[in-house]
Design a protein around this ligand. Sequence first.
Ligand SMILES: Cc1cc2nc3c(=O)[nH]c(=O)nc-3n(C[C@H](O)[C@H](O)[C@H](O)COP(=O)(O)OP(=O)(O)OC[C@H]3O[C@@H](n4cnc5c(N)ncnc54)[C@H](O)[C@@H]3O)c2cc1C
Length: 578
Amino acid sequence: MGMVCTDLRLVMKLFDIVIVGGGGAGLYAAMEAMKTNPGLNVAVISKVYPNRSHTSAAQGGANAALANTAKDDTVELHIFDTIKGSDYLADQDAVEVLCSEAPKIIRELENMGTPWSRLDDKTIAQRPFGGAGRPRCCYCADKTGHTILQTLYEQCLRKGVQFFNEYFALDLALDGSRSKGLIALNIKTGRIEPFHARTVIFATGGYAKMYWNRSSNAAGNTGDGQAIAYRAGIPLKDMEFVQFHPTGLRKSGLLVTEGARGEGGYLVNTLGERFMSRYAPSKMELGPRDLVSRSLETEILEGRGFDSPAGKYLHLDLRHLGADLIKSRLPQIREMCMYFEGVDPIDEPIPVRPTAHYSMGGIDTDNFGRTAMGGVYAAGECGCVSVHGANRLGGNSLLDILVFGRIAGRAAAEEARGFNPAPITESELAEKEQELRSFMKPSGHYERYGTLREELGQTLAQNVGIFREASKISKGIGDIVALKERFEHVRVFDTSDVYNTNLIQVLELRNMLELAETVAAGALVREESRGSHTRTDFPVRDDENWHRHTTFTQEGGHPKLGFKPVTMGRYELQERTY
Ligand SMILES: Cc1cc2nc3c(=O)[nH]c(=O)nc-3n(C[C@H](O)[C@H](O)[C@H](O)COP(=O)(O)OP(=O)(O)OC[C@H]3O[C@@H](n4cnc5c(N)ncnc54)[C@H](O)[C@@H]3O)c2cc1C
C-alpha cells in the first residue's frame, strides 16, 4: 500500500462531475455532460480500461421501434411489451421515456459512426428478440456493445472528458449526509486519492457476478457502485430480481446471445423435442427470459437434460440455419463455442444451461437519475429507475444505459454548480488507507478470498437461484451472514503496491457479500412469483400484497426493508401469458 496522495493537483481540483464507470452508461453520461456545458470539468474513473467494460460483451443488440424490419412497429407496442415483460413492476412513466427516446438514440449513435447492420434497402436492420411483439432489436452482427462503446469512447476523448483508468472507487466522501466526492485507489500505484466533486454519477454496472461461475458476467460486475451507495445510506431497490439468461455455455456460463434464437435457433432436450412448445406455445424459443430459463431448469429437473461432468445441460441447435448465416450473423458465438466447448455450431448443437445474467435491482433513482442523496446520481445497470421491473427484455438494457446515461449526464451538468462541497481531508484518506492495510495484517487474518467467493456463488445458485422457497432462502441468508463474519478474517496475502489484484478482489468480495444479503432478504420477504422471482411455495403473482417495489437501506450492517409504490399509467394489471 502506497502513500496517501499528496498530489496537490488532485487534492485541490474540484470536479463538476465525477462518473464512476466507463461502460455505455458512464460514457454516454460523460459525453452528454460535456455537450450540455463544454466548460465543465468532467472525469470518468474506471477500474478497467473503458473499452473493456462489460458493455463490450453485449452481443444481441438494442431495441428501438424504428419500424424498418416490421413496418407496423410503434413506440406504443414497445412500451407495452416492456411493461408486460416486467410483469407489471416497471414504472410506466420511466418506460415511456425509455421507448420514446429509443429511435432518437439509435440514430444519434448512427450519426456518430456506430456501424449498424443493414437491410437491403440500407436502413438499420432489426432482429426478433425475446418477449417482443415485433423484430425491433438493432444490432451490429453479434458485437453490438463493442461497437457502441468504441463510438462513445471516441466522442468522449474528442470532447475533453478526463479519464482516470485503473482507479478503484472505494467510498463516497461524506459531509454529514452530503457527498463531497469520492475516495479511490489508484490500482497502478496503490495510492489512495481524493476526487473532490460537486456531483457523482454511479455507472458501475451489475451485480450478477456474485453467482460466480454460474454467471455470464465479466469478473468486475461485482456491484461496487450499489454497495458504495448502500454504505452511504442511499436506498437500493428491487434487489431480489436477478435475471437468469436461458443460454449460458455449459462449462463457463458464458453467454450465447438471444440473437441465436432470434435468428431461428431451436432448444432441444434428450428426447429430441423442441420443449418450448410445452411452456410458450406461441412464442416458443422467443418467450421472455424468465419463462425460458424456468423451462430449461424444469426440463433438467424432470430428467430430460443431457449429463456431463460439468453438470446437466440442453441443446441449442443452429444447424438448420446453415453455415452462411452462422458465419455472417453470429461469428462471435461460433468462435466462443469452438473455443470454450470444442463445438462448431455449424455441425453440432451447442450445450447450454441457464446463467445469472442481469441485475434488475440497483440504486433507487428518479427519472433523471437522481438518488436520495443530493448531487449523487446513478444510471445503467447499477441503477433502478425502474424500466425492467421484475424481468428485463433482451435488447432493453443497452437501450436503458444509453437513454438514462444521457439523462443523468444532462441532469448532473445542469445541477452541478449548485453544489459546493467541503474539501476532502488528509485524515479521511489516511483512515481509508488504514482500513485497506488492515486486510494485510497476519494476526487474525487467515481466510482466503477464493474460498469465500466460491462458497458465496454456490449458496446463491442453490438457494437464491431460479426456483426459490422459504427454507432454502433462509439457508442462503444464514450462509451469507456466516460468510460476512468469516470475511472479517480475510487476508490479502499480496502486500505490494503496484497492481495489487488480490486487494481489489477482496474489496469486490466485500461489496458482493453486502449486496447478496439484500438479494436474499428481498427474495425471502416477497411471498409471490413475479418475473424472474419464482417462489415454489408462492407460485402465483399476488398483486394485492406485492405489486410494489422493495427498498433496502443499510442499518447496523444489515438491510432494512421498505416499500415503494409502482407508478402506473395507461396499462392496467393483466395476466402475463405468451
Ligand atoms: C454477455 C452479456 C451480453 C449482453 N448482451 C446484451 C444485449 O445484446 N442487449 C442488451 O440490451 N443488453 C445486453 N446485456 C446487458 C448489458 O450489456 C449491460 O446491462 C450493460 O452493458 C451495462 O452497462 P453499464 O454501462 O451499466 O455497465 P458496464 O458496461 O458493466 O460498465 C461498468 C463500468 O464500471 C466500472 N466500475 C465498476 N466498479 C468500479 C469501481 N469500484 N471503481 C471504478 N470503476 C468501476 C467498470 O470499470 C466499467 O467501466 C448483456 C450483458 C452480458 C453480460
